[in-house]
Write a protein that binds this ligand. Sequence first.
Ligand SMILES: [Fe+2]
Length: 160
Amino acid sequence: MSNQTIATTAADPTIAAGVSQFLSPVVLGLQALAVNGKQAHWHVRGANFIGVHEFLDTLVANAQAGADEAAERIVALGLPIDARLEAVAAKGAGTGVAAGFSQSADTIRAVVADIDKVIADLDAAIEGLDEIDLSSQDVAIGIKKTIEKDRWFLVAHIAA
Ligand SMILES: [Fe+2]
């Protein structure tokens, strides 16, 4: 039996650091979106109630799945991520999602503004990771495709 130690990760530490730098903001933004998306789900009122209410749960589920994928990519390369509530709250500060009941058009605008912040972090990740790690860039691209579809589904309710 071999007594060789097994490396924790196959990744180069410099690559892992770059992936953490670009994917960590994505994880935190998506976790914040999941929390504020639930807030929006519970308090939306008015036009297209059922459609918006139910779709917000899809958005939350997709945000959580994306956060999981991005976080586990960082961890797979050997680094931790601090996604405790305090870090998520700092990332989600400034949301337009209301503290209470909200008409659906206002709810949608607020949630879409939060989505756009995540998309900006995804764009930075896609650009930055191009030179660092294509597998991690692929994770960011996949999340972006899903969140842009979700954005369309929400905006379609209020688009002319
Ligand atoms: Fe619900």
